[in-house]
Design a protein around this ligand. Structure first.
Ligand SMILES: [Zn+2]
Length: 104
C-alpha cells in the first residue's frame, strides 16, 4: 500500500524578548517520515515544547482540505503560559511511502 507524507519544518518564531524559555528564533526541527532531526544550526530544543508539538506532527504530515484548520493553522504556542514563543509548521517535499500490512 502506498501513501504520501509531507516532510515538515518546525521553526521557532516570535519576539525573543518575550520568551520565558531558552528558545532561539530560527531553531527548529525537520520531520521526514517517522524521523525527527534538529534543523541545521539548532543545538537544543525544549522537550516541553516538543511534547506540545507532537500531536500535530502526524496530522501536518498528511494532506488536508484547504477548509480544514489543520491546513491553514500553522503556528503552535509554547506550552509555558509565560512564554510567547511560537513554532511554525511548514510543509516541505511530499514523499511516497509504502506500507505492507502484517499477513494474518
Ligand atoms: Zn517557551
Amino acid at each position: 500500500m502506498k501513501y504520501y507524507l509531507f516532510d515538515l519544518e518546525i521553526e521557532t518564531i516570535g519576539d525573543p524578548k518575550t520568551y520565558n524559555c531558552s528558545h532561539k528564533v530560527g531553531d527548529g526541527l525537520i520531520v521526514k517520515g517517522e524521523n525527527i532531526m534538529f534543523k541545521p544550526g539548532t543545538k537544543q530544543f525544549s522537550h516541553y515544547a516538543l511534547a506540545s508539538l507532537m500531536p500535530y506532527v502526524a496530522a501536518k504530515q498528511r494532506a488536508s482540505e484547504e477548509s480544514d484548520f489543520m491546513y491553514f493553522e500553522s503556528e503552535i504556542a509554547c506550552p509555558d503560559p509565560k512564554c510567547s514563543a511560537l513554532f511554525r509548521f511548514k510543509r516541505l517535499k511530499k514523499r511516497l511511502y509504502s506500507y505492507e500490512p502484517i499477513e494474518k
